[in-house]
Design a protein around this ligand. Structure first.
Ligand SMILES: C[S@@+](CC[C@H](N)C(=O)[O-])C[C@H]1O[C@@H](n2cnc3c(N)ncnc32)[C@H](O)[C@@H]1O
Length: 221
């Protein structure tokens, strides 16, 4: 009897992100947990910091994709303003039961917008998980200025930046920063978590890509 063909391992989500094939990316992210940087940032807000306001604090999720980071925010009582450019990601987000319920009761606002033009409301937490590198470099300084303006003293940023040694740094449509450039974004912040990932990765036993990623949680002074 012929041996069955081995099933090839499923391609990783980031392989689709390299090509900006966002529908394939959302497919591959199905069932994935929220990002650890978001969880760390939420953990850093003590109950007192969150209970002094008249209404629940607002968190932003920029480049929210299909919304895996929204569920823990909503579960912990945050109001959330989430945006992404891709309608399919936002449709999948709206179909999550926790998100549908929060939209219905006004705790979740979902906005389709590009990084190039998005207007960001003031918020205690701005989260951008693996999203900001997909902003074209010419628009990144203005986007970061709008993010920074949205965070009040004592507020936090959580998310990722891609470094200059990442294999995708040669792609002209996205933003890669050196370590010094990344740190300079946070000169008015206390870095609560700064992790530099600088390593090759494999897929199906072969070199896949070199990652150079900064994982950050920071509190504005
Ligand atoms: C790698 S995914 C990250 C999604 C999610 N935050 C996560 O952690 O998996 C990048 C997201 O950025 C969005 N995106 C890419 N370019 C964009 C742009 N110019 N403006 C707004 N969103 C964009 C994509 O639609 C996608 O959802």
């Amino acid at each position: 009897m012929a041996k069955p063909e081995p099933i090839p391992p499923a391609a990783p989500a980031h392989e689709a992100a390299e090509r900006r094939d966002w529908v394939a990316y959302f497919d591959r992210m199905e069932g994935k947990p929220p990002r650890p940087t978001l969880i760390r940032a939420m953990d850093r807000f003590g109950p007192l910091e969150l209970s002094d306001a008249a209404q629940p604090p607002l968190a932003i999720d920029l480049g929210c994709g299909s919304g895996q980071d929204l569920v823990p925010l909503l579960e912990r009582g945050w109001r959330v303003w989430a945006s992404d450019a891709h309608p399919e990601g936002l449709a999948r987000l709206r179909a999550r039961p926790a998100c549908a319920a929060a939209i219905a009761d006004g705790r979740l606002t979902v906005v389709q917008a590009d990084f190039e033009t998005v207007e960001i409301p003031p918020a205690r937490l701005v989260n951008a998980s693996f999203a900001l590198p997909f902003c074209p470099p010419v628009h990144f300084p203005a986007l970061w200025a709008r993010i920074d303006a949205a965070v009040p003293p004592g507020g936090r940023f959580s998310g990722q930046f891609f470094g200059d040694r990442d294999d995708w740094a040669i792609l002209e449509d996205r933003t890669h920063l050196t370590r010094a450039e990344t740190l300079a974004l946070f000169d008015q912040y206390i870095l609560e978590h700064f992790e530099e990932e600088d390593r090759p990765s494999t897929h199906a036993g072969e070199h896949h890509k070199h990652w150079h990623v900064f994982h950050i949680v920071a509190r504005k002074r």
